[in-house]
Design a protein around this ligand. Structure first.
Ligand SMILES: Nc1nc2c(c(=O)[nH]1)N[C@H]1C(S)=C(S)[C@@H](COP(=O)(O)O)O[C@H]1N2
Ligand SMILES: [Mo]
Length: 360
């Protein structure tokens, strides 16, 4: 029924090594992203504000390895799918358990890659929350993978080295899978790797494309902040609270920072920001050194309305309340009148339409 000679363990092992590597990179970078976006209390003081592009690199790797895993998984499942029709389906309790484990593993990995891919398109056609589901499926898939590798260790060991007699067609098959993996990777990686931008055929975003040279995830219209109230004031709450108009803010010392927005959805774009240092605003409010802050957006609701920033970012000279981007006043979509930019943080924490900064 399955005439291809490639439904055999050596081919599966070769693909499994690549897929395993992709899944491992994806898992570790995903874990990091999760921890950066919502750090547990014990960790938040330890997260480094350098290198400024750190999150751009790890999140880029996350999405690149996840996309590469899709053709690899397809090919690997193809090599083994005849075993779905094995008869009898279970030879022993142990065999039944092993097959059940594989079912869970395959389901978790498929769902993980599917939800991740759709997330890069900002498309959420399901009733469950994306982030928590993606996080726990990641553990399930990686745990399932480790158990699978352990259960298959003898088979993997037997097929680790190239056999003396080659299976006909294997080389061509592996070359095709490599080409497919390379193609989907190279045509999407440009959403975060600047020198691959020209190949960006399948990427949902292009870093330089968007108003003011930058993509927009949530527009002012979507957030309901198109018309900023005429009496807008930045409120700084601390031991010596105060309020500033936009004109006041513009009269304070202005600083520049070249920093990326590194979106968890997989695109990153560098921009030149100009505005007031958060550390200067905090000093003026009499905040004790080492203060963390809570930032509130004008946005009526939404998961990114309130953001907390640990001290190491708040005191960083590159962390700005930006008023300008790439030489222009921020437009409404990029956070007019003022937004946060900080080094080495996920895009979701680069709060737009800021109205309040509280010392905590
Ligand atoms: N208040 C608020 N700030 C926000 C968001 C939001 O939805 N609301 N989206 C965040 C996300 S997910 C990203 S990637 C960046 C994008 O910034 P940009 O639209 O200026 O490129 O803004 C962040 N700041
Ligand atoms: Mo984002």
């Amino acid at each position: 029924m399955f005439p291809s000679p490639l439904h055999e363990p050596r081919t599966t092992v070769v693909l499994g090594r690549w897929l395993g590597a992709a899944v491992l990179v994806c898992f570790l970078t995903g874990l990091l992203s999760h921890l950066l976006q919502e750090p547990p209390a014990w960790l938040s003081g330890l997260l480094p504000a350098r290198p400024v592009n750190g999150y751009r690199v790890t999140q880029g790797l996350h999405v690149i390895s996840g996309i590469a895993a899709i053709p690899l998984l397809g090919a690997k499942l193809w090599t083994v799918y005849p075993r779905l029709f094995e008869w009898p389906p279970a030879r022993s309790v142990l065999h039944a358990l092993e097959r059940l484990g594989i079912a869970v593993l395959v389901a978790a990995v498929l769902l993980e890659l599917f939800t991740g891919l759709l997330n890069t398109l900002q498309w959420y056609p399901w009733p469950f929350p994306f982030r928590q589901t993606h996080f726990w499926l990641g553990w399930l898939a990686t745990g399932g993978l480790l158990v699978h590798i352990a259960a298959k260790a003898p088979l993997i060991a037997r097929n680790w080295r190239r056999p003396r007699v080659p299976v006909p067609g294997r080389r061509a098959f592996l070359v095709s899978v490599t080409a497919a993996t390379g193609a989907v990777t190279l045509t999407t990686a440009g959403q975060t790797v600047p020198w691959l931008q020209r190949l960006d055929l399948l990427a949902p975003r292009r870093p330089g494309t968007g108003s003011q040279g930058l993509p927009v995830n949530r527009t002012a219209a979507q957030a309901g902040t198109v018309s900023v109230p005429a009496d807008w004031r930045l409120e700084v709450v601390g031991p010596r609270p105060y309020r500033l108009t936009l004109a006041d803010l513009r009269r304070l010392p202005q600083h520049e920072a070249v920093l990326p927005i590194s979106c968890v959805e997989g695109w990153s774009a560098t921009a030149r920001w100009r505005g007031v240092r958060i550390t200067d605003l905090l000093a003026r409010a009499g905040a004790p050194p080492g203060s963390a802050v809570r930032v509130t957006s004008l946005e009526a609701d939404g998961p990114y309305r309130i953001m907390e920033m640990p001290a190491q970012y708040a005191r960083d000279p590159l962390t700005l309340l930006a008023l300008r981007v790439n030489g222009e006043t921020l437009n409404p979509d990029h956070g007019f009148p003022a937004r946060i930019v900080a080094p080495n943080r996920p895009g979701v924490l680069q709060t737009k339409w800021v109205v309040r900064i509280e010392v905590i």
